[in-house]
Design a protein around this ligand. Structure first.
Ligand code: GDD
Ligand code: MN
Length: 386
């Protein structure tokens, strides 16, 4: 496989001189794969590009993209990645810093993971064996940890332990070659969050986290600013607003909420209707709620089929009826029997004043996840797609 290590630089002359030297010792020792290095320099005033240019005479594996104005790390990577894929025919793209905070000695360990079939190899500070610099203050550590946690929760990817690092290896075929760089959600450092979300959430890449020690920058200055945090939040939000699973879950919530209102008002309506029969009030409400609940189940089924699961829509009449019965069955279990049981047991133990508490617990703790699972897996599961 051909791995292109992309190194964006802005005023990194001193680091670059040393880095190319360090890389010249790494490139030849990786035997099973071909390593090439692509510097992407945004017209650094200190003359970083000149250093790369003169070293290129010695090293055929060294490439340079230069002369562009400084527009941000995301823009630099977009350019570098497109070039690496099209002009250098990369099979894997590595994101790498120029300032030795990502130790070059870890490159072979990352590249070796390709042989185990991984699509996305993440150098991780937050798995056993990984670390951040020991001299980081508590504040700095906390900011990094919290930022990470927000990304993991916001993108719903607890399986990734280091979401904000910048040392990664991504498969091109079927992954990065299908990414539309025009849609990149950030021109700055937060582009990383978008690529991570794309690889993990959209592409369901096979991931490997390789522990590594993030080191201190020795020379030059960091280009990171706290503004990048806000930018990362923006990327998470924009990504999720377009995430088909999130949109689906939102529709499922709306349909469920409407179903609840149908049940609530239906109960009042049918209470009025059945009052004319001179039944005891308990029976009136029992039948009224059963009627209203069934109507809400029917409305849930119809609207979920038309809207939430429009892509998996059931149209075959025989299937429609059998799925409707399955839906009814699961609604009775998930929406009536189990919540009633939870409320019954809960109030028996803790007292009647907790009735609503247990209702909410039952609905959000059980019914919502249960329905979401059953709908996705069984009612509108993939097997329906013919
Ligand atoms: N071409 C170009 N254009 N390069 C840039 C630009 C830019 O606008 N901004 C930064 N760079 C280059 C730097 O020269 C360096 O090689 C690399 O991008 C990372 O920039 P640093 O300034 O060293 O950032 P950092 O150390 O604060 O951030 C690193 O650690 C973070 C995790 O703590 C990066 O790896 C981040 O991606 C990572 O999130
Ligand atoms: Mn750095």
């Amino acid at each position: 496989m051909k791995v292109v290590i992309i190194i964006p630089t802005y005023n990194e002359k001193e680091n670059t001189q040393r880095m190319i030297k360090a890389l010249s010792k790494i490139v030849p020792i990786v035997k099973d794969h071909t390593l090439e290095v692509l510097y992407v320099d945004d017209s650094s005033p200190d003359g970083t590009a000149g250093v790369v240019e003169s070293e290129m005479k010695k090293y055929p594996w060294l490439h340079l993209l230069s002369g562009s104005p400084k527009k941000g790390l995301g823009v630099a990577y977009a350019r570098g990645m497109a070039y690496a894929m099209k002009q250098l025919s990369a099979d894997y793209l590595m994101e790498f810093d120029s300032d030795f905070q990502h130790p070059p000695r870890d490159i072979p360990r990352m590249v070796n993971e390709i042989d185990h079939g991984y699509d996305y190899i993440i150098a991780s500070r937050y798995v056993p064996g990984g670390s951040v610099p020991a001299n980081w203050t508590i504040d700095r550590k906390a900011v990094s940890l919290v930022g990470n946690l927000i990304a993991r929760i916001g993108l719903l990817i607890p399986q990734v332990h280091d979401c904000t690092g910048g040392f990664k290896l991504s498969r091109v075929k079927g992954f990065m070659d299908e990414f539309d760089f025009d849609t990149l959600l950030s021109k700055k450092f937060a582009y990383k969050i978008h690529l991570l979300a794309y690889m993990v959430v959209t592409k369901k890449a096979k991931i490997k986290e390789v522990p590594f020690s993030f080191e201190n920058r020795i020379v030059g200055n960091s280009k990171y600013s706290t503004n990048e945090m806000k930018e990362s939040l923006k990327v998470i939000l924009l990504f999720q607003l377009k995430n088909p699973s999130i949109i689906k879950f939102f529709k499922f919530g709306v349909v469920g909420g409407v179903g609840f209102l149908v049940n609530l008002f239906g109960l009042r309506f049918f209470n009025g209707v059945y009052q004319q029969f001179s039944w005891p009030i308990g029976l009136v409400n029992f039948v009224a709620n059963a009627t209203a609940a069934e109507i809400s189940i029917i409305s849930n089924f119809i609207f979920n089929n038309l809207w939430t699961f429009s892509k998996e829509k059931i149209t075959n009449p025989v299937q429609y009826i059998s799925k409707f019965f399955a839906f009814n069955f699961s609604s009775i279990i998930g929406g009536i029997l189990v919540p009633s049981f939870i409320i019954g047991v809960g109030t028996q133990i803790f007292g009647d004043q907790y009735r609503e508490v247990f209702l909410i617990l039952a609905l959000f703790g059980f019914t919502v996840p249960f329905n979401w699972f059953v709908y996705n897996k069984f009612i509108w599961g993939k097997k329906n797609l013919k």
